[in-house]
Design a protein around this ligand. Structure first.
Ligand code: ARG
Length: 256
């Protein structure tokens, strides 16, 4: 009998301990989750895209990086920026590996099926880079030509639609530009601001006056992450209204 009592007390103690354990365990988890929510945002980008994102020594800088840092500041959270291939960005956001991507990413209907976009923060265009003196003078002249693009970009998507064109895909826009300087391809379709940077850095190249398409950039979040989307949109609105966004753009793009 006495033994039984002890045993019963033992069970009660263990039950009490378990409860205490589960209790504190649950509490710790909640705190960690809360901390993640409140403390840090993970952004993914492809830092091969000046002036929007590129390396300055070991740091990722550029318009998108600065905008994201300003947004994180407004939200009172820390920002971590991870660099990866452009065509891995949307999957990283979809899987929850990253909270959002800011990568000079053009809003389009196909991408909208996989991610949600914030309000747009920049106007952009796909332009055509050729060698100076090229016979390609307008977008129509691209028919049947060898066209270089960065894999998975809108330039890639449009090039694919050009009649009889041979599309050469590169991991980095700069690699496509190098191939053009080496006459491996006839033209590069890429975003206007990076095109300007690349043409400036490489002698003998020109951007055609007529753009291929007009586009707009936005930040992308996981589908239905309305809470983050609303916060980002609120911060973007503030940055636009305060003139801070323009200041960031002016820091990287000098008016010609
Ligand atoms: N605007 C183009 C697109 O959305 C190209 C973006 C490339 N961005 C980058 N960080 N490499 O497809």
């Amino acid at each position: 009998m006495k033994k039984n009592v002890i045993a019963m007390v033992g069970v009660a103690c263990m039950a009490a301990l378990l409860t205490a354990c589960t209790g504190s365990g649950t509490k710790t988890e909640t705190t960690a989750a809360e901390q993640k929510e409140a403390g840090k945002l993970v952004m993914v980008t492809n830092a091969e895209f000046p002036p929007y994102e590129y390396y300055d020594k070991n740091e990722i800088v550029g318009i998108d990086a600065d905008i994201a840092r300003a947004i994180a500041d407004k939200m009172g959270v820390e920002l971590e920026i991870q660099d990866m291939a452009f065509d891995s960005l949307i999957p990283a956001v979809q899987s929850g590996k990253a909270d959002f991507t800011a990568a000079g990413m053009t809003v389009n209907e196909d991408r909208k099926k996989n991610v949600d976009f914030t309000d747009t923060y920049a106007e952009a265009a796909q332009v055509i880079i050729v060698k100076e003196g090229s016979e390609i003078k307008t977008p129509d002249d691209l028919t049947g030509k060898k066209i270089g693009v960065q894999t998975g970009t809108t330039g890639d998507i449009y090039a694919d639609d050009i009649e009889n064109a041979e599309v050469k895909r590169y991991n980095k826009g700069m690699e496509a530009v190098m191939a053009l300087t080496q006459d491996k391809i006839d033209a590069v379709i890429i975003d206007r601001e990076p095109a300007k940077v690349f043409v400036k850095e490489n002698a003998g190249l020109a951007i055609l006056d007529e753009a291929f398409t007009e586009e707009e950039y936005a930040i992308a979040v996981k589908k239905d992450n309305k809470e983050l989307l609303d916060k980002l949109n609120g911060a973007i609105k503030e940055l636009k209204e305060s003139g801070e966004l323009k200041k960031i753009v002016d820091k990287y793009i000098t008016a010609e």
